[in-house]
Design a protein around this ligand. Structure first.
Ligand SMILES: Cc1cc2nc3c(=O)[nH]c(=O)nc-3n(C[C@H](O)[C@H](O)[C@H](O)COP(=O)(O)OP(=O)(O)OC[C@H]3O[C@@H](n4cnc5c(N)ncnc54)[C@H](O)[C@@H]3O)c2cc1C
Length: 367
C-alpha cells in the first residue's frame, strides 16, 4: 500500500470529491481520506439546488462564482455519466422565488433588475403570470423566475466524482484524518490510520474542518444544522422548485423535498419536532394543495459556515502547500465544481481572477 501521494484531500464530500476528481483528471496522484458513516454530512442532507440567481444574493463575486459553477455542471454531468455510468440527475428547468406581499415583491424586483444589469437571464413574473403558470400556488404578489437555475442529486454527484477518482488511478480510503503534519513552514502529510505524505494537502472536511489538529491557525468554520423532509408530490402537478423566503420545495417525480432550517446547534444532527413543523408550515403556506400530505421521512445535515458567509478557497497562511476548500455554507453543491477548478489553478500557481481574492482564507486572520 502506497503512503506517498501528490495530493491528499481530507474529506470526500462535495468539495473534497470535486477537488480530488479535478486533480486526478489532470494526472496528479490523489489520496482522498473520507471518514464515512452517517454523521450529518452536508452532501447527504442537501436538496441539490443549483440556484445562483435565486439564492446567492447580490454579492457579486459569489454570484459570478455560482453562475460559473452551474454552467460547469452542464459539461461535467455527461462526462461523468460516460466515464462512471452514474447519472448525477442534472435538471435545468428553472427555479421560482415567490413574493407573498408587496414588500417582498419590491425586494425581488430589485434583485431581478440587478441581475439583468449583470447580463443574466432573470425574469419578474407579476401576480397574474404566477397564477397562470402555477394555479396551485396560494395567491402571490409576483415571482422571481430564474430559467437557468436547476438542481442535481448530491449523493449521486459525490458517488460519481469518487468513482471517477478511482477510475483515474487515484485512491479513496475510508479513514479519519486526525492531524495535518508539518516540517518547518510546509505541510508534509497527514496522520490518519496510517501516516501519509504528499506535496499538497487540501482541507475539505466540511463542518468538521476546524477539528483537524495541526492547522496553522484556528479555523472559523461553524456547523449550521439544516433540517429537511420528504413528502409525496401529487400526481398531475408538474415538477417545480419553488422558494419563499428561506423555505423551499424541490419537487421532482413523485416526491418533493422540503426545507430547511438554519440552526446553531453545534454538531447535533437530530431532527426536532419544532424544526419539522416550521418547514412544513412554511411551504404549505405557499402551496397548500400540493403540500397537503404529511412528510414521510426527515433528516438533518451540518452546513460548514464562515463568519462572513463566504467560502474559504485558497492557501492557508503560514503553512505552505496546505489549502482550504471549505466553508461553502448553503451553496456548496452549487459551488463544488468551480471551487475544484479554482483550487487546481492555484495549486499550479496559475493566475486566478481578481474577484476570487475575496475567498482567500487569509482574510480570516488579519493579525
Ligand atoms: C439541509 C441542507 C440543504 C442543502 N441544500 C443545498 C442546495 O440545495 N444546494 C447547494 O448548493 N448546497 C446545499 N447545501 C449545502 C451543501 O450541502 C454544503 O455546502 C456542501 O455539502 C459542503 O460540502 P463539504 O464537502 O464542504 O462538506 P460535507 O458535504 O459535509 O463533506 C465533508 C466530508 O468530510 C468528511 N470528514 C469530516 N471530517 C473528516 C476527517 N477528519 N477525516 C476524513 N473525512 C472527514 C465527512 O464525512 C464528509 O463526507 C445544503 C446543506 C444542508 C445541510
Amino acid at each position: 500500500m502506497s503512503t506517498s501521494y501528490d495530493v491528499i484531500v481530507i474529506g470526500g464530500g462535495a468539495l473534497g470529491a470535486a477537488c480530488a476528481r479535478e486533480l486526478a483528471h489532470e494526472g496528479r496522484r490523489v489520496l482522498v481520506l473520507e471518514r464515512g458513516g452517517e454523521i450529518g454530512q452536508a452532501w447527504r442532507a442537501a436538496a441539490g439546488m443549483l440556484a445562483p440567481e435565486i439564492a446567492a444574493g447580490e454579492h457579486e463575486a459569489l454570484y459570478e462564482l455560482g453562475v460559473a459553477s452551474r454552467e460547469r455542471y452542464g459539461e461535467l454531468a455527461p462526462t461523468l455519466r460516460d466515464s462512471t455510468g452514474i447519472d448525477i440527475g442534472l435538471w435545468r428547468e428553472g427555479i421560482a422565488r415567490v413574493a407573498v406581499d408587496e414588500a417582498e415583491a419590491e425586494a425581488l424586483r430589485t434583485s431581478v433588475a440587478w441581475q439583468r444589469q449583470q447580463g443574466r437571464r432573470s425574469d419578474w413574473l407579476d401576480a397574474g403570470e404566477v397564477r397562470d403558470r402555477w394555479p396551485w400556488i396560494r395567491s402571490a404578489a409576483g415571482a422571481h423566475w430564474a430559467p437557468l437555475d436547476g438542481a442535481l442529486d448530491p449523493s449521486r454527484l459525490v458517488a460519481a466524482l469518487l468513482a471517477d477518482v478511482t477510475r483515474l488511478g487515484s485512491t479513496v480510503r475510508n479513514e479519519t484524518v486526525r492531524k495535518v503534519e508539518r516540517e518547518g513552514d510546509r505541510v508534509v502529510g497527514v496522520l490518519a490510520d496510517s501516516r501519509y505524505t504528499a506535496d499538497d494537502v487540501i482541507v475539505a472536511a466540511g463542518a468538521w474542518s476546524g477539528r483537524i489538529e495541526g492547522l496553522p491557525r484556528p479555523l472559523s468554520v461553524e456547523p449550521v444544522r439544516g433540517q429537511m423532509a420528504a413528502l409525496p408530490w401529487p400526481e398531475g402537478v408538474p415538477p417545480i422548485i419553488l422558494f419563499q423566503n428561506d423555505s423551499y420545495v424541490v419537487a421532482r417525480g413523485r416526491e418533493a423535498l422540503i426545507g430547511s432550517t438554519m440552526e446553531f446547534t453545534g454538531f447535533d444532527t437530530s431532527v426536532s419536532e419544532a424544526g419539522q413543523q416550521r418547514i412544513w408550515a412554511n411551504v404549505r403556506n405557499v402551496c397548500p394543495t400540493a403540500v397537503a400530505a404529511r412528510p414521510t421521512r426527515a433528516w438533518a445535515g451540518l452546513r460548514p459556515v464562515t463568519p462572513d458567509g463566504l467560502p474559504l478557497i485558497g492557501p492557508a497562511p503560514d503553512l505552505a502547500h496546505l489549502w482550504y476548500a471549505t466553508g461553502h455554507g448553503r451553496n456548496g453543491i452549487l459551488l463544488a465544481a468551480v471551487t475544484a477548478q479554482l483550487l487546481h489553478q492555484m495549486i499550479r500557481e496559475e493566475p486566478v481572477h481578481e474577484h476570487v481574492r475575496v475567498f482567500d482564507p487569509a482574510r480570516m486572520w488579519q493579525w
